[in-house]
Design a protein around this ligand. Sequence first.
Ligand SMILES: O=C(O)CCC(=O)C(=O)O
Ligand SMILES: [Fe+2]
Length: 275
Amino acid sequence: MITSNQIKNKIWESKQEHSLTKESLKMLWENRIPLIRIRNFATVEECDNLVAQAQLFNFDYYQDVYPKIERIGITVFEYNHISKAAYFQAVERTSQLRNSIMAASFNPLERLMEKIRNCTGATVRIASEPLYGSYYAGLIRKIEQGTQLHIDYAPSEQSEWEVGTVIYQLSWNLYLKFSSNNRLGLGQSQAITGKTRIYDRQWEPGNDQYKLDSYGYSDTVIADATDMITFEPYVGDVFIFNTRNFHTVEPMDGQRVTFTSAIGLLPNGEIILWS
Ligand SMILES: O=C(O)CCC(=O)C(=O)O
Ligand SMILES: [Fe+2]
């Protein structure tokens, strides 16, 4: 059997940083590189403004997710167990909230879509469900207590939704705030990190036997991972990675706020975004 590591031109291991180009995006879809970084996607001032606007509203917690993750916006992940109709009922009012926050600061969603359009020439749009309409895209999210080991892959999680027809799935995160509380007495070596770690090990059917709860997986599933990469968020930069790969966020003592959505490639070459 040919493993993904034996695929020609796989350069995951080189740990080299890749900028966003048509070629790097293709390699990321195919899991031949671990990460794309768009430096200076936004200014620190833009990021601060967006967080300030978001903080005028209430962040909700993800349902059934431990450790707690706060966010503004809705996810197919949570509505999976409720109903498709309820998700689409919530799209309009949630989009209005997101739009009002972006209107008073800036619009990272449109900026990202335009960058992908420019480099690929592909149709880049918000995902859309027959009979229901547009998905929601663009969470403002606080992951400060870390995550469990997990994947985000609609073909396995949302098989009954249009996003479940993507052939590859990525996530992009714009780091809006990343700051340690710097408590007195906490030496640098003890500082908690908030780093993101991605394993070169993709979800396969059958892996769900290692599932611990609504989304977390046991470390057993990555025992055969051939490689991993860990990156530290940087305010104003966007990091894009393949979320079919098992990944985890380390906890930190401080603030860690992102603007994020999923990105998928449809069999017809269109690129769709959703949350
Ligand atoms: O916040 C991060 O660095 C990554 C969060 C995550 O799990 C994702 O974007 O899929
Ligand atoms: Fe994730």
